[in-house]
Each structure stands twice: as C-alpha cells, then as structure tokens.
Design a protein around this ligand. Structure first.
Ligand SMILES: [Zn+2]
Length: 302
C-alpha cells in the first residue's frame, strides 16, 4: 500500500528515518514550514530555511526514494514578533511560487494573540491570491476554541472549506470541522494526545471522508512511521481497505493536489535512485558507497 505523510518536519530527521519510511511504503511527504524550537532573530534565517525546504531537503528525500513537497508560511509562535513577521510576509510570495510548494502553512493560533490572528488573516488572504490551499495548525492549549476561531476566520475571508486543511484535530473537534466542510487532519503522537489506537476509532466512527492522518514528526518526541503504523493497525482492527487508503493516501493527495504541485505521477514513475547525484556540489553520502538503482537507468541523468 502506498502512503503519504502530509505533515512531517523531515529536515529534523535522519537518513535512517528516510530509509525506514520508504521501506514502510511512504512515497511522498509534505514538510510544513514551522519554528525551529527557538525563535529566529532575522528575516535572513527564514529565507535560508524556506530555501532549504524547496532545495536541499527535496534533493535529500529523493536520494532515498521519497518525493518531498512543502508548505511555506509564517508559523503562529513567530507571528508574535511583529516587526520580524512583517518582514517575513514580504518574502513569502517569492517562496510560494516555487516548485513543490503545495500550500500556505502551517499557520494559525498558538497563544491566540492579536498578532497571531493578524498574520493568520494576512496569510489566508495571500493563499487566496496565489490560489494555494491552506494548512492550519490548531493550538495544543484551548484546542476547541482555537479550531473554531480558525474556521470562523477562514469563512469570514471567503475561502472555500475544501481549500483548507485543519490539522491536529482530536475527538472533540472532528465533528464540527467535517460539518463545516473542511479537511480534518490528525497528528499521531507516539505517547500523548492522539495515539494510533484512538485514530482507528475516529475512522470507525466518522468514516474516511475528508479525514487525513499525519505524523508531524520533528525534532521532538515523535514517530516518522506514525502513518504506516496507523494504517496497519486500522487494517488489523477491521477498518475497510478503502478507508485506510483514503485517510493515509488519497485524501492528502486530493487536498494538496489542488495546488497543481502535488501529482501522483511524480512518485508512480520516479527517477531511479542515484546517490552519485549532487546538490550544489554536495552529496548526502559522507564518503559512503552510493546507492545506484539499475532499473530505469536511462533516467539516471535527470
Ligand atoms: Zn507541524
């Protein structure tokens, strides 16, 4: 079974993770721009980070057989540094136009401050201008209130709900998100919050329409195999195959495919892995033997 992890901060992970993800069936990932665990101090560091999401990380994932896409946005925590946030807003359009950028995100609320709301609104408007979907991060505290407020704002600004993925849902928020027509994504955390047992029951109860499973794996305690593990658990617990395929593959493809940048052909007919390839003169190998797949050898040059 093919799997998409549509929310993973994979530049914080190792090449072992990439190998394990590919072996578990993950064909494509979406890496949302977010904060790095400590605040950035200048617009230049945002610039370099966005460049790495559309550049080196895309290359690095491909070296392990995974197609890498990203979302570009100003995260909610750093929206609170208003002078810096204003500078970041100015560079966003440049990066939103890059190849492989499938949404504006992840944006939304953290502490539910006025600054967070201001930049959430500005970025939703920007998403409408560049005709990209929106990935909304909902807060870990005040989850229900933050989720409702995010949807209220999206509706007020006139974004069609099919262009908005509301992420980090739980059993308390899912019904309303679905009722209002948005995509409802769930992050599977290894120890706390949504676990994969709970996810199985969500799909059993709510079905698979507009429900998306992701790992949000990053530099914190998290599991880059959360989506394939949840898919397997769903099958073991008797969830129909079609519901597993939709929640762990098809719905993410449909939601982010609306960008025009997220196409199944990219991973159905990928170029063969050739780790002799370089990115700006650099490889991922550190002197190790390159993996060179011999099938499709005519595509090695690409
Ligand atoms: Zn995230």
């Amino acid at each position: 079974m093919k799997i998409i992890d549509p929310h993973i901060h994979v530049s914080a992970r190792t090449t072992d993770d990439y190998e394990a993800m590919a072996a578990a069936g993950i064909v494509a990932v979406i890496e949302p721009a977010f904060w790095l665990g400590q605040p950035r101090t200048s617009v230049g560091t945002f610039q370099d980070y966005y460049s790495s999401l559309v550049g080196f990380e895309r290359f690095r994932a491909a070296q392990f057989g995974i197609r890498h896409y990203c979302t570009i946005g100003l995260n909610s925590k750093e929206a609170n540094n208003v002078p810096l946030a204003e500078e970041v807003m100015e560079i966003l359009p440049l990066y939103l136009a890059k190849e492989g950028v499938v949404a504006v995100g992840e944006i939304g609320f953290d502490d539910m401050t006025d600054a967070e709301e201001r930049f959430l609104r500005e970025q939703i408007i920007l998403a409408q201008q560049v005709e990209l979907p929106v990935m909304i991060h909902t807060p870990h505290r005040n989850k229900k209130q933050g989720t409702q407020r995010s949807m209220d704002i999206a509706e007020e600004l006139g974004v069609p709900p099919h262009m908005v993925v509301i992420d980090h849902n739980n059993e308390e928020t899912v019904q309303e998100v679905l009722d209002r027509g948005f995509w409802a994504a769930f992050t599977i955390y290894p120890k706390t919050k949504m676990g994969n047992e709970r996810m199985v029951e969500v799909v059993r109860k709510f079905g698979s329409e507009r429900i998306i499973v992701d790992s949000s794996a990053d530099w914190g305690v998290s599991d880059p195999l959360a989506v394939p593990k949840t898919a397997k658990l769903m099958i073991d617990r008797g969830i129909p195959q079609k519901d597993v395929e939709l929640t762990c593959y098809g719905n993410a493809l449909a939601a982010y495919g609306q960008s025009g940048q997220f196409n199944e052909e990219d991973w159905l007919n990928p170029p063969a892995i050739d780790q002799r390839n370089l990115f700006s003169g650099n490889s991922v190998l550190r002197g190790q033997e390159p993996r060179v797949d011999t099938n499709d050898s005519e595509q090695l040059i690409s």
